[in-house]
Design a binder for this molecule. Sequence first.
Ligand SMILES: [Zn+2]
Ligand SMILES: [Zn+2]
Ligand SMILES: [Zn+2]
Ligand SMILES: [Zn+2]
Length: 163
Amino acid sequence: MSKIVKNQAKTRTEIPPCGLCGKSKKPRYKTECCGNWICGDESEYVMFSYSRDICSRNHRRFTLCGSHHVEGHKGDWKTCKKCREDFEPEMYVWYGMNEYNFEKLPNPPAFEPTYCSKCGERIVLPDGGYSSLCGVYRCDNCPITEKEREEIIRGYKSKHESK
Ligand SMILES: [Zn+2]
Ligand SMILES: [Zn+2]
Ligand SMILES: [Zn+2]
Ligand SMILES: [Zn+2]
């Protein structure tokens, strides 16, 4: 009996699962920004649904890696000064550390937490649920009234014009 050599090696190269959600059901492709395998079809996004189910969209919109690429910055996003200037420090850290990253920011800078200017409640910027005007932050329980709006803008202008 001659030995039957089974040689049905998989010549088809296997596409690795999505680097973010770990699933391999959906079609995957490499990200333009960092060349990692990712799933998600952005055309499936429903406007204003704020859905965070589309990995490719999450990575492009909610990470430094993605925005660094979209903005056309040079070099590595982890050391990019423009990225650092573009975002408030709290958002910068979140963009660099959240679960939509393949690689996280190595040395996230410390940042001052943001508080509601009226009630003093801590506002977690990445969670939303606040409004801001000229550097004044308000939680959702303390919306800026029309009168306050004028005052804030006036205060802001006088601070910036008297230079
Ligand atoms: Zn995915
Ligand atoms: Zn990337
Ligand atoms: Zn950048
Ligand atoms: Zn408040």
